[in-house]
Write a protein that binds this ligand. Structure first.
Ligand code: SF4
Ligand code: FES
Length: 261
């Protein structure tokens, strides 16, 4: 495809979290089919700036599908309709010339809008701070084979670790549940020997922090898995539920961290 493309954009504009938002209709022209969705938005912003209008606020960082910063609902779907693709890796050749494209922010109580298409996803940071780490003594680097890890465990841990923390699972879920994200973060450490000492405390604290942040419950819609750009499986949720159940039954107050531990 070599011709340039034009699109009618419906962009969500909202001055702040406390103000009422509305769609703004604009047209973008001369868009290369090889531009990414974010580059197309850059062009739209350049046009708006040239006309003296305020550019639309949106987030991005790596633009190569690894940081989880880009967070846009495109035509009703988090990250758009291409499976296993972040919106920064979505290319304009996937859209029809002249198509109307609606762009909205993640919509979830726990992700309040900051401005336009930017939401506050610090709730995810609080969940990671609650337990998404391992505690180790620092010092000289150990030999890589000091702690042997079975290939199947390493593969499972890597599958879970592919989560980039983008929040599309929350945006796609009718309950705005964060279970897929939390399950991926719990599982990737839970599969490894290094993750065992804090395993019970980790799952209890992360789930409790998730609940406090205002995310909804999982009721098995599986929209999270369909929207996830990293193909995280809902099997991770089942695994976390088993971990949580046994930790809640057998975990001590010290494991929960309620006694100052
Ligand atoms: S589970 Fe998938 S959709 Fe959810 S935060 Fe991780 S990468 Fe994004
Ligand atoms: S900008 Fe980093 S994943 Fe899209």
């Amino acid at each position: 495809m070599s011709g340039k493309l034009s699109f009618k954009l419906r962009l969500w504009r909202q001055q702040s979290g406390s103000s009422k938002g509305a769609f703004q209709n604009i047209e973008v022209k001369n868009i290369s089919p090889d531009m990414s969705f974010l580059e197309m938005l850059d062009e739209a912003n350049n046009d708006m700036i040239r006309k003296g209008d305020a550019p639309v606020a949106f987030e991005s960082d790596c633009r190569e599908g690894i940081c989880g910063t880009c967070s846009l609902v495109v035509n009703g779907l988090p990250h758009g309709s291409e499976p296993g693709t972040t919106v920064c890796q979505l290319f304009m050749r996937k859209f029809k010339d002249g198509q109307t494209i609606t762009v909205e922010p993640w919509r979830a109580k726990a992700f309040p809008v900051v401005k336009d298409l930017v939401t506050d996803r610090s709730a995810f940071d609080r969940i990671i701070s609650a337990g998404g780490f391992i505690s180790v003594n620092t010092g000289g680097a150990q030999d890589a084979n000091n702690l042997p890890v079975r290939k199947s465990d390493a593969d499972s841990a890597m599958d879970a670790a592919a989560c980039i923390g983008c929040g599309a699972c929350v945006a796609a879920c009718p309950n705005a549940s964060a279970m897929l994200f939390v399950a991926a973060k719990v599982s990737h450490l839970g599969h490894l020997p290094q993750g065992q000492p804090e395993r019970q405390r980790r799952v209890l604290r992360m789930v409790e922090t998730m609940d406090d942040a205002g995310f909804g419950n999982c009721s098995n819609h599986y929209e999270c898995e369909a929207a996830c750009p990293k193909n995280i499986s809902v099997e991770q949720i089942a695994r976390m539920n088993r971990d949580y159940g046994s930790s809640a039954l057998f975990g001590s107050e010290i494991e929960r961290g309620n006694s100052g531990g």
